[in-house]
Design a protein around this ligand. Structure first.
Ligand code: ZN
Length: 158
């Protein structure tokens, strides 16, 4: 069940959640992830991911002196904080699903769907949302997080 993709998503999610608590520099993120997940995060994974987040406007970095030399301190922007809130809600909704398996939960906002709901097939998976707007918001979020290269290319062309 825990394949590499899932593990990678968990590390990515935990980096975003960490940054929602406080701004950190790269090394601080590595230490904290190791403390919490029990596994070190590879710098070759961390820094490109932070760069992607920054490109997508989810994270901003500022150089601040830490010890002898300046380091990039990463913090979430407003859209980044929204993403962190979505991750929290999604985790909470998964727990609800586990204890109330007959309940449908909006895949985007995490609200409980007592009747109706809106279904859409996204990336070959049937997802349920509370409404069409949540489905659209989820797709927007997905494309900005998963396909950042397309966005940046589009931006450069302007
Ligand atoms: Zn919703």
């Amino acid at each position: 069940m825990f394949d590499e993709e899932v593990a990678l998503d968990m590390i990515r999610s935990s980096i975003i959640l960490l940054l929602s608590e406080k701004p950190l520099h790269g090394y601080g993120i590595m230490k904290e992830v190791e403390n919490r997940v029990g596994k070190p995060v590879n710098p070759s994974l961390l820094y490109p991911f932070l760069k992607q987040l920054e490109k997508n406007g989810l994270v901003r970095s500022t150089k601040k002196p830490v010890g002898m030399k300046p380091k990039n301190i990463y913090e979430l922007t407003e859209p980044g904080k929204e993403l962190a809130a979505h991750i929290y809600r999604r985790i909470a909704s998964m727990v609800s699903l586990a204890i109330e398996p007959n309940l449908n939960i909006c895949f985007h906002c995490g609200c409980k769907i007592y009747e109706g709901g809106y279904q859409e097939n996204i990336v070959d998976k049937e997802r349920i949302f509370c409404c069409v707007h949540c489905a659209q918001a989820y797709k927007n979020e997905l494309s900005s997080v998963i396909h950042p290269s397309k966005d940046s290319r589009r931006r450069k062309r302007k």
